[in-house]
Design a protein around this ligand. Structure first.
Ligand code: PXL
Length: 276
């Protein structure tokens, strides 16, 4: 069985980060070790959330694992609260990276043209350098614009996305993948670039006209899992995009406050079938 380590916060209510990654990766048949960086009452889109930083535990936990000789087929990082955390996570990635360890970085930092409130310019720079050591990094257009210095656009051409991907590859990421990319009206998906082969790849699905918190984490978890399972990149993008669309469709059936997240649980049986 493949083994992945995922490093993210635990938001106790409002499904995202670890409460999405752990059940999805487990359902994909991947042994999943977790490294929680912080415990929040909810994710940060709710007012008045509590936040307990537990990132001082990252080093002692991983030192224990190293002593036990524990290794991973992949490391997948998501939302990281502070610059110090990014430094520590970078050290952990360097320490546990074997010849065949897939490093998958989701540089969670913003959306819809705006960086989250706590994100500073120096945080963004540090996050860009974490992406530079990734095999695969999956920024959305907002995050990719911040990393590459290109302007954020709501309306764009395929060439704009290609330019972003080339710049991300020049920064060091082996296979950058930009998420939330719409290459024609009514469609949405992702586009990537394999820097070793010099090839672009993309997948587009019908856009479900609804928006919920946590869909980025669903997409990243499935994509990371699909790569770990050895799926070919076009297939991995298709599975992640189709599953994410399905979770949105399931959520629409019993619509709640969008901050409560997506009903990914209802779509998990279909994920097994998509992987066959
Ligand atoms: O879904 C990304 C995410 C993860 N963790 C926390 C967040 C967010 C996005 O808002 O606030 C705590």
């Amino acid at each position: 069985m493949k083994r992945i380590l995922t490093i993210q916060d635990i938001s106790c209510f409002g499904k995202c980060s670890l409460t999405i990654a752990l059940p999805i990766l487990s359902a994909m048949g991947i042994e999943t070790a977790i490294l929680p960086t912080a415990v929040l009452s909810t994710h940060t889109m709710f007012k008045g959330f509590t936040f307990k930083d537990i990132s001082d535990q990252l080093k002692p936990i991983t030192e224990h694992w190293a002593k036990e000789g524990i290794g991973f087929d992949a490391i997948y990082t998501g939302y990281l609260g502070t610059e110090e955390e990014i430094d520590t996570v970078t050290e952990i990635v360097e320490r546990f990276k074997g010849d065949d360890t897939l490093i998958f970085i989701d540089p969670v930092m913003g959306d819809h043209g705006r960086l989250y409130s706590a994100i500073t310019e120096s945080y963004a720079k540090k996050n860009a350098s974490l992406c530079s050591i990734a095999d695969i990094c999956v920024p959305n257009i907002t995050e990719a614009a911040s990393f590459t210095g290109l302007p954020y656009k709501e309306e764009y051409t395929e060439d704009y996305i290609k330019e972003m991907l080339l710049r991300l590859a020049a920064m060091g990421t082996r296979q950058p993948v930009i998420t939330g990319v719409s290459l024609s009206a009514g469609k949405i998906g992702a586009m990537g670039y394999d820097s070793a082969a010099g090839e672009f790849f993309s997948y587009q699905n019908d856009k479900v006209p609804a928006s919920y918190h946590g869909t980025g984490d669903v997409f990243s978890s499935v994509l990371a899992g699909a790569f770990v399972l050895g799926k070919e990149r076009a297939q991995a993008l298709k599975i992640a995009s189709d599953f994410t669309a399905l979770t949105i469709e399931e959520t629409v059936k019993n619509a709640q406050d969008p901050r409560f997240g997506v009903a990914f649980e209802a779509a998990l049986p279909a994920l097994g079938r998509m992987l066959e």
